[in-house]
Design a protein around this ligand. Sequence first.
Ligand code: NOJ
Length: 469
Amino acid sequence: MAEGTHSFPSDFVWGTATASYQIEGAWDQDGKGLSIWDVFTHDASLMQDKGASGDVACDSYNKYPEDIALMKDLGVSSYRMSLAWPRIIPDPISGEVNEKGVAFYNRVIDALLDAGIEPSVTLYHWDLPLVLEEKVGGWASEDIIPYFLKYADVCFDRFGDRVKFWITFNEPDIFIDHGYVLDWHAPGRADFKDIGPYPVSFNVVRAHGKAYRLYDEKYRPTQKGRIGITLNCDWSQPKDPSNPADVEARLRYFQIKIGLFTNPIFVNGDYPEELKERISSRSEPGKSRLPTFTEEEKAYLKGSSDFFGLNYYTTRLVASKPMEDTPGYLGDKSYEGQTDPSWPRAVSNWLYSVPWGLRKLLGTIKNDFGDPDIYITENGFTTQPGVLHDPDRIQYLREHLTELSKAINEDKCRVRGYYLWSLIDNFEWHQGYKERFGIYSIDFSDPARPRTPKDSVAFYRQVVQSGKV
Ligand code: NOJ
């Protein structure tokens, strides 16, 4: 495909994305409280990259002016960042606000605006205050919801005069699956392995809906911003489209991956009917493992996102794997996600480049979820540490942006913006620093954490500045 032939609307939002725990460091500075990730990494037993942590990370707590200068040079108009809850309210049980934490984010937000860059702010990108996990039960307990609302209220109140784009939760399916069903991520509990993620996602989706209503009623009239949620979804393609079992398996995959959120938020305030029936029939009589919303909950959940935030990285071929006799979550799924040997793989073992999957997924979001405004809130590719020549990342980005342009111009998907993950190499959760997503490289052995451009910087700058790929 010749370059320069795929264009984007003139008001398209170009951005880069990061998250607090992955870049800030300063884990115990200026009154910040502990998060579940601080203890998960310090214990290290469940980390793949032993000894890696976000204690210093990219030191963006101190080096944020440099990050902003890099973005200014790229020409992006927006920066997707997240707030560290334990920096703002170190002990949510006492509820006291840490003014130094608030002052830090005020400095970042003001410096962004001075540089002509709009902040897009995620409230929860996984760094839960430890106290809430230990004393309240984390997201497994519905008692956490009022604490989240208090935090959201403080953020809207303190930053909403300047922040006009809010995301409540980043990828709830991933932090629930990896932290409560598996033990890959903090809090490393895995006690929902058999029950499935349902009770946890029930709490998270209600916390989202209530935070949306809080903003809508108390802040939107004066602040006039937008608020939504970011969901991660691989495109799922039936392995054999002519086999009805694979087609059904693909639907189960989609409903379990994001239907727990998309259906209540974008469709009808409730879980998909097929899912309700399936989980109930596979639970003890009268005690479905999938909780039930009240009418009041359905009412505040329906329509509780001003846009669809999508993190797209990859695709799976979904094959039916009959496991109906297996009790619990595994049997609920009864599918297997596979890949195709022709798909180029990144350093991350789960990340295969499948650009057409993005276009298909965008079409499904348009058709199934009421043609919402869509923001690609993350998309990116990993290379090895230290690599500066990254033609495979450039190819991934070029091909995904080409498909995105077709989705906008030909399929009329209302995609309003794109955030590349990530501006800088950073702490990739349990993989630590082994896999690098940045378009700027960071040498994590150097205390100064120097930022060095990879080849993809020039590529992305050209796209952003020309509005074409
Ligand atoms: C999704 C997450 O939001 C982000 O934190 C993570 O680094 C990227 N995907 C890459 O895995």
